[in-house]
Design a protein around this ligand. Structure first.
Ligand SMILES: Cc1cc2nc3c(=O)[nH]c(=O)nc-3n(C[C@H](O)[C@H](O)[C@H](O)COP(=O)(O)O)c2cc1C
Length: 246
């Protein structure tokens, strides 16, 4: 629990390798995650070869976490391997649909998070790279992913240069509902986000972006509708190009 409650994303890593043996041990913890039907619909690509890792970092817009990390791990939804096993065994796979893709993505993400917890417990730092879905088609090409394999989570891994302050979270009672969902009143919602809005970092964010309210920084700049629609279409194209009929 201590390890979980002290999680922070690390965006700057020391120029030191992570031993392969350690990564293997962390991956053993990772793949103990629950998996749909125990089918393990995922594959994990560990990229540490410097030239290839630099190419991969480019597809993550050269974010500092991706550039400074000695390793980037790409967790892929993978129904290729399982489907091939079915075909070899005269069993007809019916997995090119949305529910199968979703199950495979959930499997891959559970492994990723198990892996991250194990890594942090070993003193390593991690940062998820959401850009994996923005440039999924290019990552497919760079990592030579076959059909039915789609990258869904990327993690920059390495030894932290320093440990930043814990980031904020909403109060627990805001995110927990007892027995049934209790719809929030507007007052409850305003109260829930008050502390976040009052943080110095949030106030700076609002000022730097010339906005009046923190929510507007999200809707108008960081996660705006235009970008969301553009990247939705790109990710869907990449998923369809990999053979999923969705
Ligand atoms: C799916 C996902 C994608 C993320 N993508 C990025 C990213 O591209 N770059 C980055 O610096 N952090 C990324 N993060 C990290 C979040 O920004 C971070 O978890 C959040 O701000 C809370 O901070 P903390 O992890 O330090 O507690 C991502 C996190 C998740 C779960």
């Amino acid at each position: 629990m201590d390890s979980l409650t002290s999680h922070v994303s690390i965006r700057k890593f020391k120029n030191e390798p992570v031993p392969e043996e350690l990564i293997s041990q962390l991956l053993i913890s990772g793949i103990r995650a629950s998996t749909t039907g125990n089918m393990q619909w995922y594959s994990i690509i560990v990229t540490s070869e410097p030239v290839l890792k630099a190419e991969l970092a480019k597809l993550h817009y050269n974010q500092s976490a991706a550039v400074t990390a000695p390793v980037i791990i790409t967790f892929c939804a993978d129904i290729y391997r399982f489907s091939q096993w079915c075909v070899i065994n005269n069993a007809k796979p019916g997995y090119d649909n949305f529910i199968s893709f979703f199950n495979a993505a959930v499997d891959a993400i559970l492994v990723a998070q198990n892996f991250c917890i194990a890594a942090e417990n070993a003193g390593l730092g991690i940062c998820y790279l959401g850009t994996v879905t923005y440039n999924a088609a290019d990552i497919v090409k760079l990592l030579v992913l076959p059909e039915m394999v789609v990258p869904v989570a990327s993690v920059a891994l390495g030894w932290p240069v320093n440990i930043p302050e814990l980031t904020d979270r909403l109060p627990l009672d805001v995110v927990i509902h007892n027995n049934r969902y209790k719809v929030y009143t507007s007052e409850e919602i305003s109260k829930a986000y008050k502390e976040k809005e009052n943080l110095d970092s949030s106030r700076n964010f609002v000022r730097e972006n010339n906005k009046e309210r923190l929510a507007q920084v999200f809707t108008d700049i960081r996660y705006n509708k235009k970008d969301n629609e553009y990247f939705s279409a790109r990710f869907l194209d990449a998923i369809r190009s990999q053979g999923f009929d969705i």
